[in-house]
Design a protein around this ligand. Structure first.
Ligand code: GRF
Length: 201
């Protein structure tokens, strides 16, 4: 009997962490609808008022809220992830530092998106519009996105992909934000897809 190699990618169980609007989380969910590559088991947030919770409800994806204390000082988040047999964590606008316990439990399987070209404009306190304002203030002629693995330090894990956009001298922080969001929506799901495929082989 001939045994055929299993060339079908195996579905990965994923959790998305987000702290705010969650437009990237929703975009990722839509991208993978009808594809059997990733199964978004849950959307987790540290912010009970985050709009991502409404998006999750509409998408029919289970969600949960945890506190900073629970994240850092208890096993609650790890237990939630274990219950759903989550294998990969995608940070999409998640503002808290990921504790070492989680980084070790998901070694090399936590991915973040940063709305600038790291190593520039990264680190603690550099998120959202602050990043875009800093880019404008520095007179940069380009910005973009960095998708990277997460390690113990903010925005310092190995880079997986970067995509760039032009910053015009007349652009304000909002203009840059629009361009960067467009890159996020176009590339983040595709990079996740590529990573999952690479890890299925
Ligand atoms: C994105 O710009 C992402 O790069 C950054 O936070 C923002 C989140 O936006 N880390 P949203 O919540 O996905 O709309």
């Amino acid at each position: 009997m001939t045994v055929l190699p299993n060339i079908l990618p195996i579905m990965k169980r994923v959790a998305i962490f987000a702290s705010g609007s969650g437009s990237n989380a929703e975009n990722i969910a839509h991208y993978f609808e009808g594809r059997s590559l990733i199964d978004i088991r849950m959307i987790l947030t540290n912010n009970p008022d985050a709009f991502v919770l409404e998006r999750a409800a509409k998408l029919g994806i289970p969600s949960a809220v945890f506190t900073r204390k629970e994240l850092n000082e208890t096993n609650r988040v790890l237990e939630l992830l274990k219950q759903e047999e989550v294998e990969w964590i995608i940070l999409a606008g998640f503002l808290l530092k990921v504790p070492e316990s989680l980084i070790h439990a998901f070694d090399g399987k936590i991915v973040n998106i940063h709305p600038a070209l790291l190593p520039k404009f990264g680190g603690k306190g550099m998120y959202g519009d602050r990043v875009h304002q800093a880019v404008v203030d520095a007179g940069e002629r380009e910005s973009g996105i960095t998708i990277h693995y997460v390690n113990e330090n903010y925005d310092e894990g190995a880079v997986i992909a970067q995509e760039k956009c032009v910053v015009l001298p007349t652009d304000n922080a909002d203009d840059v934000a629009h361009k960067v969001h467009a890159l996020e929506y176009e590339y983040f799901p595709r990079v996740i897809e590529r990573l999952m495929l690479q890890n299925s082989l």
